[in-house]
Design a protein. Sequence first.
Length: 261
Amino acid sequence: MQTKILKFLYETRIGRLLLSILIKPRVSEIGGWLLNQKISKIAIKPFIKANHIDMSQYEDVNYQSYNDFFMRRIKLGARPIDRKESHLIAPCDSKLTVYPIHEDSSFCIKDTYYTMEELFHSKKLAKAYEGGQLLLFRLTVDDYHRYCYVDEGVKSKNYRIQGFFHTVNPLANDVYPIYKENTREFSLLKSKNFGIVLMMEVGALLVGKIVNYHQEKNVVRGEEKGRFEFGGSTVILCVKKNQVVVDEQILENSRDGIETM
């Protein structure tokens, strides 16, 4: 469904006209405001049913808005943390794809292609992770939208990159590429077991919100790092060369374009 909507917005004249209105900051702010209002609760039950979400895993609370539901907390103990130090844990519920990082690598993240330098807005960081791996954790609407630290260590401050949208001509009859960048936030974790791990969260373009709880601090494996509000849905880990050995089945799936659950 999401792909069909994007295709309509990007590749039809009416869709591009609608998109030019939707991406205006004021319109986006109104949309976010509506999702935080009590009236938005009416969308919760149909959403749960349509996406087959097992609510028995989550805390039994009376959600005050759709966004409140989107940020729902899982029950204590429902996601036990692997404490074995040699194991890199997943930061979130997601579908995983792993890519090798080369000088000329390009990665498709939320329908936009980025080089490493474009992703971080830093040539230095891009160079530092050459030869390593990028682990892309894609969350879908039925996933838990909170994420955790993957290891014990010392976390840096957060670096935020604001998203933007550039359209050439919303009334053009032809199909043209639309250049966009998603809002994203990253930090560096000087981890106990996996070197310096770059952790990035990717949100929607102008809607949605990435909420990270901490600036510089000591953290522990499995500690909640932050959450997505509506619109955010990707977590990225970058590890340096020879720091992590990824399961061969995951690598094979990734080479075949298959996400690992």
